[in-house]
Design a binder for this molecule. Sequence first.
Ligand code: DC
Length: 233
Amino acid sequence: MPMSPPNSARPIVAIDGPAGAGKSTVARRVAAELGFTYIDTGAMYRAVALAAQQAGIPWNDEAALVPLVRSLRFRFLEPRPGESGLEVNDEDVSERIRTPEISLGASQVAPWPQVRAALVTVQNQLGAGGGVVMEGRDIGTVVFPHAGVKVFLTASDEERARRRALQLQAGGREIEFEHVLREVRERDRRDAEREHSPMRPAADAQVVVTDGMTQDEVVSLLVGLVRKATAEL
Ligand code: DC
């Protein structure tokens, strides 16, 4: 069972939602404004895919993936602009986990229940003290069902594909919009339809649809939610 965090002025802030909703940048900024630690759980699934590739373990081999996951020591570094810093077994993987191939690998290792359980254990430890903004797909539903603040951040498919395309372009990759849109929908489908911990808003999450909102507006909305929740304690 995931632990219930203690009530405190430094709650756990769970931010879930689909790919391309602007979650990572927003979560990073919210954490910086509040002085909280930012934890990008998607980066952990990506790191598992990368480690499996390096070890020659197929992404569909759950039995071999589980001991691999348990052998990984995750250390989040100070986030850099546009990137969450992550070291795995003392190796900085921040850039290598951002390729399209590793995105695909992450979505293939993520459905395995024992892989998820092993990562959730680590995520519970990382967030136990509170004062964290943890971002993913199942934080408010599975990892920290008692999180002090839960947000499900989303946007229309087209809006998310447009943002993803811009992000890829900024990283020097030119990809056709229709292709990105198809990928966004395909990843959503896999994340929402998987049997274990599918992506869905927690019953008590605040759903924020960011179409037409600036990033500053989303950040201040979320910071406001956290301040309100802590003021009510
Ligand atoms: O957020 P991201 O694109 O970096 O996530 C990579 C993959 O990991 C994506 O397929 C969804 C999956 N994931 C998950 O299943 N549960 C999480 N808490 C975070 C990510």
